[in-house]
Design a protein around this ligand. Structure first.
Ligand SMILES: Nc1ncnc2c1ncn2[C@@H]1O[C@H](COP(=O)(O)OP(=O)(O)OP(=O)(O)O)[C@@H](O)[C@H]1O
Ligand SMILES: [Mg+2]
Length: 216
């Protein structure tokens, strides 16, 4: 169970601060790939299959302020493990393109650095949950902490919902996450590609495509 065979498909993840534009860009990329006849599985973390969606509700509910850092990280990985086994690996095995809105890199920056649980704890859980599955490509939508928080909060006002627990964190927390994302991009520059998220949605879509088109 500990190692999986490298599947045939392509696994692309979107990372970035809350409100940076990941979901917007992932949907556009999926639409473009589908228009070219590719089969695409879109998934957003925490979540995916029904069990993982139940875990998502606990993680993002702003009523759950007492969630401890250890509980939080274990729930993120519980959701991820279910998603990897039930959706992601089977789709990759069928040769499909899998797009994930967040993956283990989010745990590394939010829980490993933001909550200061450390990279080693994240890597240990990743070995259990993902069993060696790594994204082929990670697009880091780069927006500074202030702008991302402003976008996320404006969206939460325009479209009221209760999934705001992470958006409710302090600006210091979000700055720590921002620095951790940049450290990750520097350390893993082959896999993690920075995309300028400060421009308009169409321009970002073009930049995403200029990168992804080299992989498909
Ligand atoms: N380039 C952009 N310029 C201005 N606004 C944008 C841009 N991209 C997305 N938005 C808007 O900002 C808000 C956040 O975008 P989106 O939901 O795609 O971000 P996200 O990274 O998925 O956020 P979260 O991490 O909270 O899920 C949305 O209201 C979206 O319409
Ligand atoms: Mg989103």
């Amino acid at each position: 169970m500990l190692f999986h065979v490298k599947p045939r498909g392509l696994f692309i993840t979107f990372e970035g601060m809350d409100g940076s534009g990941k979901t917007t860009q992932m949907h556009r990329l999926a639409a473009r790939l589908r228009s070219q006849g590719r089969t695409v599985l879109e998934t957003a973390e925490p979540g995916g299959p029904p069990v993982a969606m139940k875990i998502r509700r606990i993680l993002l509910d702003s009523a759950n302020q007492e969630l401890s850092p250890a509980t939080e990280i274990l729930l993120y990985f519980a959701s991820r493990a279910q998603n990897v086994d039930e959706w992601i690996l089977p789709a990759l095995g069928r040769g499909e393109i899998v797009l994930s809105d967040r993956f283990t890199d989010s745990s590394l920056v939010y829980q490993g650095c933001g909550r200061e649980l450390g990279a080693q704890a994240v890597e240990a859980l990743d070995r259990i949950a993902c069993r060696g599955l790594k994204p082929d490509l990670t697009l880091l939508v780069d927006v500074d902490a202030e702008a991302s928080l402003a976008r996320a909060r404006a969206r939460n006002v325009a479209e009221p919902h209760c999934e705001t627990r992470m958006d409710d964190q302090s600006i210091e927390f979000h700055r720590k996450v921002y620095d951790a994302y940049h450290a990750l991009a520097a350390a893993e520059s082959e896999r993690v590609k920075l995309v300028n998220g400060r421009t308009d949605i169409d321009a970002i879509e073009q930049e995403v495509w200029s990168i992804v088109s080299r992989y498909v």
